[in-house]
Write a protein that binds this ligand. Structure first.
Ligand code: SF4
Ligand code: FE
Length: 479
């Protein structure tokens, strides 16, 4: 297993093509826009060997018996899934933001079972191929970018009906030694600091969409892989200073990129699905169940940091004893524990797939993510309510070094006599960072928009059973 600093150094060896602000970046590791996200991902490496957390982030490979980082592990038991959820909360508490490595983890977990099921139906050999890839990923402790969300073009049209066939990733050419793929994946968390990409279809597909039913892996610096790093609200603060960032070490959410596959060659040993359209829906359902499980963990860990910052700002401002502040803090905690309980519940209520992979309960996992999309903004609203309007009007950290106004800023931003103004500003910036537009949108749409979770809930709930329960007690006739 790699340490966090070995992971950071390993990224330097890649020739990843990343563009930002109109230029190609010379280094993804050293650029201030990206470095905080690299630091957050590095936590997933350090956690595996941190004795304080036991085997929470360390597992034993079911294929080799060797110790591996849990972010490369395929869960085999209930205990594995519970540890996955707990690991999310711990990493979320350390970073206060997204640590990015879970999308690739869930892509690995999903492909393990889907390749097995495709082989059983079609007599293909994807599963053996995939297992070799998995062992290499585990032994080299690689970070995989899980790439799922296509640009999708006109939402009313299927992939093959789009005005441009590249709006979903597709096979452009089949060759003797492999395939050539074309298209793009959007909003890719942790993409620029991943070693490799695992590309999966992003939705259920019909028979005419055969060329879109493709799953594969490529190195992040494979020829033709081009990345465009996205902007975030207030991101120029990353190259202006530290206090104003709020979380200068780990950033805000994952650092997302547009990943373009401009005729990228994929050798056969890295192709894990090709044309088996009927499995695309299963693949998406399994992937999203695992990833929605995570959200109940990582976001509750993040919000633990926000609760702490909000309680601290109330202390500093002298409002901590006010009944309404204590009530709001308790409400924040209750909402966070509700999110987390879903992640644990779906793990405990797991089942086993044909290949032996343990899978979370989909209804509970989707409910956990739905709660996260709904409660994260509510918790941020309460944090802003308690912290006060200064969140939106704080001066730049540079004023603290401006000889003409520094004294005034320190004097008038100070609240309690024994706490310097700078502490209040630092807490304010952290709360601002965690309650802004970027994390709220991420909680809403990351791991799929809330409507996608509702669709699963609508499909999965046993409505007839519930009607019968009521009819029996109310003694009504059946409709
Ligand atoms: Fe992991 Fe959460 Fe980030 Fe998704 S949003 S990659 S689950 S930390
Ligand atoms: Fe996310």
């Amino acid at each position: 297993m790699m340490t966090g600093s070995q992971y950071v150094e390993s990224l330097r060896a890649l020739k990843t093509e990343v563009h930002f602000m109109g230029e190609r970046l010379a280094s993804v590791v050293d650029h201030p826009a990206i470095r905080p996200h690299v630091n957050a991902a590095a936590v997933t490496y350090d956690l595996a060997t941190d004795p304080a957390h036991g085997d929470l982030a360390c597992a034993t490979s079911h294929l080799t018996g060797r110790p591996i980082n849990r972010w490369t592990h395929v869960p085999r038991t209930r205990d594995d899934l519970v540890k996955k959820a707990k690991m999310m909360r711990v990493a979320g508490r350390i970073t206060g933001t997204c640590f990015q490595r879970c999308v690739g983890m869930d892509a690995l977990i999903t492909l393990h079972s889907v390749t097995h099921d495709v082989d059983r139906k079609h007599g293909t050999t994807y599963h053996e191929r995939f297992k070799q890839f998995l062992v290499e990923t585990q032994d080299r402790d690689l970070m995989s970018g899980g790439a799922m969300t296509d640009p999708k073009g006109d939402r009313s049209k299927r992939p093959h009906e789009q005005h441009d066939p590249d709006l979903f990733v597709r096979v452009a050419e089949r060759r003797e030694d492999g395939i050539v793929v074309r298209g793009a994946k959007m909003h890719q968390t942790g993409a620029v600091n991943s070693h490799q990409f695992i590309v999966l279809p992003g939705q259920a597909l019909g028979p005419e969409d055969r060329d879109y039913a493709v799953a594969f892996a490529v190195p992040a610096d494979a020829p033709g892989v081009i990345q465009v790093f996205g902007r975030q609200v207030n991101d120029s603060r990353k190259w202006e200073g530290t206090i104003d960032q709020g979380n200068a070490t780990y950033g805000v959410v994952g650092g997302e990129a547009l990943v373009i596959f401009d005729d990228v060659f994929v050798p056969w040993e890295r192709v894990f699905m090709l044309g088996e359209v009927e499995f695309a829906g299963t693949l998406v359902e399994r992937f999203t169940s695992y990833h929605r499980q995570n959200y109940g963990g990582c976001k509750s860990g993040n919000l633990d940091v926000l609760i702490g910052a909000t309680a601290a700002i109330a202390d500093v401002q002298g409002t901590a004893k006010a009944a309404h502040v204590r009530d709001k803090l308790a409400e924040m905690a209750h909402l966070v524990e509700t999110m987390y309980s879903g992640a644990l519940a779906c793990s405990h209520e797991c089942s086993s797939l044909a290949c032996g992979t343990a899978i979370v309960d989909p209804l509970l996992a989707n409910s956990a993510k739905f709660n996260t999309a709904r409660y994260y903004p509510e918790v941020t609203r309460l944090a802003q309510d308690i912290a006060g309007g200064f969140l939106a009007t704080m001066p730049s950290e540079r004023e603290l070094a401006n000889p003409r106004v520094a004294g005034f800023v320190r004097k008038y931003y100070q609240t309690r006599a024994d706490v310097p103004a700078e502490d209040r500003l630092r807490l304010g910036r952290l709360i601002e960072n965690m309650t802004g537009a970027t994390p709220i949108v991420e909680c809403m749409h990351g791991a799929g928009s809330p409507q996608a979770q509702k669709v699963v809930v609508q499909r999965t709930i046993d409505w007839a059973l519930r009607r019968t329960l009521a009819q029996r007690i109310a003694s009504t006739s059946k409709p």
